[in-house]
Design a protein around this ligand. Structure first.
Ligand code: MET
Length: 404
């Protein structure tokens, strides 16, 4: 029987099969996990030639691996699969999203292009890495409309996130790519995932993921990845080899496995997030809801009361930073994910002190709403008990959901 050519396969099929095409021929069903740090070879002359070639080109080694800091077959499967999902030529995996961003900045700086143009908000640590100049880069923060004007001869990169962390602000990626001209546009696609958005199709040369989030999907693996063309990937591989920010093979294994359920998870979590976003928008205890037109499983909202009381009040939802897991997490960006960003810069990025960011998981929507509703009222009902004031909005308490 003929198999469908890879180019016509849908995302759902790629998610399950990409990076695993050779398994049947190997007599395997699950991907093998190769934990070797080094590999035997009696032919030192051949190894010397292969290492010289890697040093000169950064092309992926052919033949058996040499050492785990150069490459790893399990990680390579994840890279291949993610590239297929993002529609890029290839991908290079790292120990974390920040290691991936670091390698990208180093690659541009090594080419003499140390100026970066970026749009706020970005994830707090990305903002910090750029603002602090820790890697010798210089950043110009702009509104999307100011990108073209901010570009200089030594600009090596334009960096954006859409939907952005934590406000979920959306950008017109096609228009942005146009404004960038010949300067590569890097889009952090962590929140949307390739299920909802493939930035490369809109003109982004570089797509960044914190793989820790939706790609892994279960809150048990830390990783990062850059999906890009082979030319840029070669520079990234050379930097990864020299600096050592490699993804552990077990993480590569878990990420490959995570990809197979990515479309199902993202769609189910997004459907629940949309329900919760609507309820929050109708709730008088909430002053503003941020939910992307694109959809997705992230909801951000500003509360009339004290956001810290909501964090303290949740019981089913986990009060923790991070996102993209099968369970729902909530955090206060001003205290955690964006704490390291200066207060004024947080404000410029639209990050209010009353903003909460929620990553919606796979739980039942009614159970989640019950928990949120209770947490939103926690402090106020305590006050009401004392003062006998009416419930805000005059609403009766939500019924406890039926237990299934
Ligand atoms: C250490 S803070 C943040 C982790 C993650 N990037 C987030 O936005 O939640």
């Amino acid at each position: 029987m003929e198999t469908t050519p890879a180019t016509t396969r849908s995302l759902a099929t790629e998610a399950v099969h990409a990076g695993r095409e050779d398994l049947a021929a190997l007599g395997l069903h699950a991907a093998p996990l190769d934990l070797s740090t080094t590999y035997p070879s009696h032919d030192s002359r051949a190894e010397a030639a292969r290492l010289d070639e890697f040093a000169a080109t950064g092309a992926q080694l052919t033949g058996p691996p040499v050492y785990a800091r150069l490459d790893n077959p399990t990680v390579a499967r994840f890279e291949q699969a993610l590239a297929r999902l993002e529609g890029t030529e290839t991908a290079v995996a790292f120990a974390s999203g920040m290691a991936a961003l670091t390698a990208t900045l180093l690659a541009r700086t090594a080419a003499g292009l140390r100026h970066v143009v970026a749009v706020r908000p970005l994830y707090g640590c990305s903002d910090h890495l750029l603002s602090s100049g820790l890697l010798g880069t210089e950043v110009t923060w702009v509104d999307p409309a100011g990108i073209a004007e901010a570009i200089r001869p030594e600009t090596g990169l334009v960096i954006v996130e859409s939907p952005a962390n934590p406000t979920l602000a959306e950008l017109d990626l096609r228009a942005l790519a146009h404004s960038c001209g010949t300067v590569p546009l890097m889009v952090d696609n962590t929140f949307a995932t390739p299920v909802l958005q493939r930035p490369h199709e809109s003109g982004a040369r570089i797509v960044l993921h914190s793989a820790t989030k939706y790609l892994g999907g279960h809150g048990d693996v830390l990783g990062g990845v850059i999906a890009c063309d082979e030319e840029f990937a070669r520079q990234l591989r050379q930097i990864r080899f020299a600096t050592g920010g490699v993804l552990h093979p077990l993480a590569g294994y878990l990420l490959l496995r995570g990809l197979s359920t990515l479309p199902v998870r993202v769609r189910a979590q997004s459907a629940t997030a949309a329900v919760l976003a609507r309820r929050l928008a109708d709730d008088p205890r909430v002053t503003r809801v941020h939910y992307p037109k694109l959809g997705g499983a992230m909801v951000a909202f500003e509360v009339a009361g004290d956001p810290h009381e909501v964090i303290a009040g949740v019981r089913l939802i986990t009060p923790a930073v991070s996102l993209g897991s099968v369970d729902t997490l909530i955090q206060h960006p001003g205290s955690i994910s964006h704490r390291i960003v200066a207060e004024d810069d947080r404000r410029t990025g639209g990050i209010s002190d009353r903003l909460l960011r929620m990553s919606v998981g796979l739980e039942d929507a009614e159970d989640l709403w019950y928990d949120l509703d209770t947490a939103l009222s926690a402090r106020r009902s305590a006050t009401r008990d004392l003062e006998e004031t009416p419930r805000p909005g005059g609403r009766s308490p939500a019924p406890e959901p039926a237990r299934r």
